[in-house]
Design a protein around this ligand. Structure first.
Ligand code: GAP
Length: 433
């Protein structure tokens, strides 16, 4: 299978099974925007929950935040986005198409033309306006990153929680960028979700914390089932770094369209807090209650894309296997990420006893296991459907179940079937999920 075919197949299964749809498809679609269907919404929620659990709940030094998308416009002056968050664009003089200059290799990829307009900087922030008047004073931006919402709340969080260094603030939220060339499915979009942490520490600890976060974030993807051969760390060269940054390392995934960034872990020095202190006139220094020192903490920033992570989990989970001369498509998600953990399938949908038992099992299991009841097709078709959405176990209720009080549990990955007593079913599933 070529890589292009593989990506086409993944896009097709995403549509067929309700993971991802094109935005506003009935109107011809909107480029750079995607909708998550019933399965995709569950999958993405699971990705975010796994991240939050790992970086907030399982640690003692990171707290959560949920800041607004619309922020005071000076935020973006201070962060540098108003002046520097740009792509350099040129237009082909022949076909009038617009391109990022750094993507061009001499000729126009559309018409082969060789003459271009002068390069112009194009700001990637999406603008809107607030209030009843539309003038320059009403302009606000849809945030291009969630990070600045954390920096501007730095002293609020300290005042409210009395935290001492080192500590981090984590948040998940939508960000927007007017990307010139959105593409590769959900990899580069104009609206996306980020999962970001700003980890504040003493300047002398920054190098160690930077290394710790690189390890922790790399390991997170492996723990959730990404195959090691598909995951790489890439250290940025000095000339790629922002002038204030001491280092940056990307976690990259081997997508069918090439090795690409999932997340960046940056050692940002004290740039951000200093900038906001200067532009706001507020004291954003850390006051050490023991030593009485006042200083700007240094910041380590692990910044990942939720949609990109979700896409990597989808790609890595996709498997095709030959079973009885037929291709079985199966999404081998880590059980923690699988949209549905258990499907309960009555073998005969007209048999009242079977249906009653199957529905009873569903209502018991659903209290703490995400499960579905499905009787809309023959069993072979139902299995195929559940395999394609990555359901970890299928539980089949048959005539025999009414007598021996046992059901058949089928494992997604091995397809092995086991009879399990109804009394033991919850424990059996819990132990394996
Ligand atoms: N605060 C730092 C920051 O925003 P970034 O490298 O620009 O850094 C962080 O973005 C992550 O956000 C990326 O690694 C990527 O996963 C995700 N991301 C950025 N732009 C994106 C886009 N246009 N579409 C989807 N995800 C995007």
């Amino acid at each position: 299978m070529t890589d292009a075919t593989l990506m086409d197949k993944i896009v097709a299964v995403c549509k067929r099974r309700g993971f991802i749809f094109q935005s506003s498809e009935i109107y011809g679609g909107l480029s750079g925007a995607w909708d998550y269907g019933p399965m995709g919404a569950e999958l993405k929620r699971n990705v975010k929950a796994a991240w939050w659990q790992s970086v907030v709940h399982f640690r003692d030094d990171v707290m959560g935040l949920d800041s607004s998308i619309l922020m005071h416009p000076t935020t973006w002056k201070a962060s540098g986005h108003t002046d520097n968050f740009t792509d350099v664009l040129v237009d082909c003089r022949k076909c009038k198409r617009r391109f990022r200059q750094d993507h061009l290799k001499g000729k126009c990829p559309n018409c082969g033309g060789t003459e271009f307009t002068e390069p112009r900087a194009f700001n990637l922030m999406l603008k809107t306006s607030v209030g009843a008047m539309e003038d320059s004073s009403s302009v606000v931006y849809l945030r291009p990153e969630t990070a600045q919402g954390i920096f501007v709340n730095f002293t609020n969080v300290i005042d409210a929680t009395h935290r001492k260094l080192p500590f981090g603030i984590a948040q998940i939220g939508k960000s927007f960028r007017n990307e010139i060339t959105p593409g590769n499915f959900t990899f580069r979009t104009r609206e996306f979700e980020q999962m970001e942490i700003e980890y504040f520490c003493r300047p002398e600890d920054a190098a160690t914390k930077y290394e710790e976060w690189i390890k922790a974030r790399y390991q997170w993807y492996l723990d959730l089932g990404i195959r090691k051969e598909n995951l790489k760390l890439r250290v940025h060269d000095k000339d790629e770094l922002a002038h204030y940054a001491a280092g940056c390392t990307d976690v990259e995934y081997e997508f069918p369209f090439g090795l690409s960034e999932l997340e960046g872990i940056a050692n940002r020095g004290d740039y951000d807090l200093k900038q906001h202190a200067q532009f706001s006139g507020k004291d954003l220094m850390y006051h050490d209650p023991v030593t009485n020192e006042k200083f700007y903490p240094h910041v380590i920033e692990p910044s990942g894309g939720c949609d990109r992570g979700t896409l990597a989990f989808l790609v890595d989970a996709y498997h095709e296997e030959m079973v009885n001369d037929q291709t079985r498509v199966v999404m081998k998600f880590h059980p923690k990420l699988a949209p549905i953990k258990v499907a309960i399938l009555p073998l005969l949908k007209k048999n009242e006893g079977i249906v009653a038992l199957a529905k009873k099992l569903k209502s018991e299991l659903q209290k703490d296991i995400v499960c579905v009841y499905d009787d809309s097709a023959a069993i072979g078709k139902l299995y195929r459907r559940q395999d394609e959405v990555g359901t970890v176990f299928c539980v089949t209720v048959d005539v025999q179940s009414l007598e021996d009080k046992q059901v058949t549990v089928r494992d997604r990955d091995t397809m092995k079937q086991e009879r399990v007593s109804v009394d033991q079913l919850h424990k059996y599933l819990k132990d394996r999920l």
